[in-house]
Design a protein around this ligand. Structure first.
Ligand code: SF4
Length: 368
């Protein structure tokens, strides 16, 4: 779908969603659905242990399930959701980016990033994105559709399986962190994103058993959805893509700002921080001569001073043919210094995957 400049789409059409998958169901629902499909309910438990506990998607390894039953389960509950189109790695093989083709031909991408102390999966929540941010390749293509919960979780499971098989440089490992910073606005696909998060945090055999505190949901600032998330009773990390401290510029950089102003977005973020006790991350892509002026650093510092907050400055990874480019290192340093002078903690984000089209959406854009 091609969007006109300034046009915003918050809810995607349901068209194109895949058939329901084992991962879409809670354990109790799986058992009920198996029984309804004429498969003994205890088989749901067995398959779930293979799927989430042993990370096995190969039914020949399920020695406690007869072949005919395994085939039946695969046909009814395990439709193929993600087909790898392309794998690219960099950072000596410790960053692996995958483009996936979904059942309806849509493309999404995920990135596995291995650090000494953690392994993070960056995943997509939508095919494309309706938020239309002008500096972002995904935003230029518009929204195709929401992903199902299983399509979201399977991106993490694919990384977990590759790690278990020792296919990622550095040997065997486990996914410890998940960030919703791939394609899409996760809070515009709220129910399925939450469904996926539940599955990621529930212990085996219901889910993958990742700590809630190790999951980051990134949003451009859908105020009602941030407030809803604050009431979920989950200690997720919230990252708000602010990119500008003033409405005038943010209306252009993040067009949803015409609906949810900076002040309201930040107030929602403080409500979230208070409800969860979690420090909110403010994401700020530094763009040369656009939002990297010293006065904007001071304004941002004043707005954030004294709050439960941390700023992540992101050196912009320019999209092909874009007029936007990364700030000078000198300006970046001054921006950091000014924020810190207001008592705000700041990091300049490690730009993993830069040499493999690391900005969100770029790789899938190339595949199209
Ligand atoms: S920056 Fe994020 S929210 Fe904006 S268009 Fe790109 S994917 Fe969507």
């Amino acid at each position: 779908m091609k969007l006109q400049p300034g046009e915003l789409i918050l809810t995607a059409p349901k068209k194109g969603l895949p058939p329901k998958h084992l991962v879409d169901y809670s354990l109790a629902e799986r058992k009920a659905a198996f029984a309804e499909a004429g498969i003994p309910a205890y088989r749901a438990d067995q398959v779930s242990r293979h799927w989430f506990g042993h990370l096995s998607d190969d039914s020949t390894e399920w020695t406690d399930i007869p072949d005919a039953t395994a085939s039946d389960i695969k046909e009814k509950f395990l439709p193929n959701l993600l087909t790898p189109v392309r794998n690219l790695d960099c950072d000596n093989g410790t960053t692996v980016k995958t483009v996936w083709r979904l059942h309806d031909g849509s493309l999404v991408e995920s990135v596995l990033m291995r650090y000494p102390e953690r392994i993070t999966m960056c995943i997509s929540s939508q095919a494309g994105c309706g938020m239309n941010c002008p500096f972002c390749a995904t935003g230029q293509g518009g929204l195709t559709r929401n992903l199902s919960s299983a399509e979201i979780v399977e991106q993490v499971l694919a990384g977990a399986r590759a790690l278990k098989r020792g296919e990622v440089a550095g040997g065997e490992g486990r996914v410890s962190n998940v960030v919703f910073m791939g394609m899409g606005e996760p809070l515009a696909n709220y129910e399925r994103t939450l469904g996926a998060i539940r599955r990621l945090v529930q212990p085996n055999p219901e889910g993958l058993g990742i700590s809630t505190r190790s999951i980051t949901v990134s949003t451009v600032g859908l105020v009602p959805k941030i407030l809803q998330l604050a009431k979920e009773g989950m200690q997720l990390r919230l990252a708000v893509s602010l990119h500008a401290p003033d409405d005038e510029l943010r209306d252009t950089l993040v067009p949803i700002n015409t609906r949810h102003k900076v002040k309201d977005v930040l107030n929602a973020a403080w409500t979230y921080a208070e409800a969860t006790g979690r420090r909110v991350s403010i994401e700020y892509a530094l763009i040369k001569d656009i939002n990297d002026q010293a006065w904007r650093a001071d304004l941002l510092g004043q707005m954030l001073a004294g709050k439960l907050v941390h700023v992540n400055l992101i050196p912009l990874n320019p999209t092909p043919g874009s007029i936007w480019t990364a700030s000078n290192p000198r300006d970046e340093k001054e921006f950091v210094r000014r924020l810190e002078s207001h008592g705000v903690t700041v990091t300049v984000r490690d730009t993993r995957g830069r040499e493999i089209d690391g900005a969100c959406g770029q790789l899938a854009a190339v595949e199209k």
